[in-house]
Design a protein around this ligand. Sequence first.
Ligand code: URA
Length: 220
Amino acid sequence: MTNLITDPDHDCEICPRLRTYILETRAKYPDWFNGPVPTWLPPDGAKSVKMLIVGLAPGIRGANRTGRPFTGDYAGDLLYATLKKFAFSDGEFGSSIDDGLTLKEAAITNAVRCVPPENKPVGQEINNCRPFLEATLSSYTNLKAIVTLGKISHDSTIRTLNERVSQHPFGHNKVTQVGRLKVFSSYHCSRYNTNTGRLTEKMFEAVFRSVRNYIDSEAK
Ligand code: URA
């Protein structure tokens, strides 16, 4: 049965390892957000969401500190610059939650909502968090597209949609149809991927250009 709770409780205890890590981080940095990071929605709410971006998990000094996905560490720089370029946001990204940036037709979430040690969630944690992704997905009645950032996010999204990963394999700039939704996959916009040249600005933009064209074509 679908779990209709879209965001875990701030004191979620489902994953013992992640709970311990968050409690340790709360003790060290009591002013940080230090909890499962909720999905970020546009001001017009769930009904206006046409594209959902699924990241991996909050970064320790990024979303885990600020409480907003991809905000406060390097991973957001390329993502938010690209969203602006393809008119999925208004305002300027300032890497803090009071930068005034808003999303347009887009929402951003993570496959795993709590910061994992060394940025690596284990399989059980990815599975434990999937009901929240499932509830999130089913709350967007006008959703057209999902952008998955990295293989973990991609595979968890495909499983959330009750499909087999072998039928919808991950690949950069690959698009697959699942029911009424198109899933666009991309390498994750992490510093590691951009520094090593695995993901360039051009490659990342190509994904969002396709999503923009698709959403615009559906609106006609
Ligand atoms: N910050 C997030 O919120 N998600 C990621 O996947 C990486 C950084």
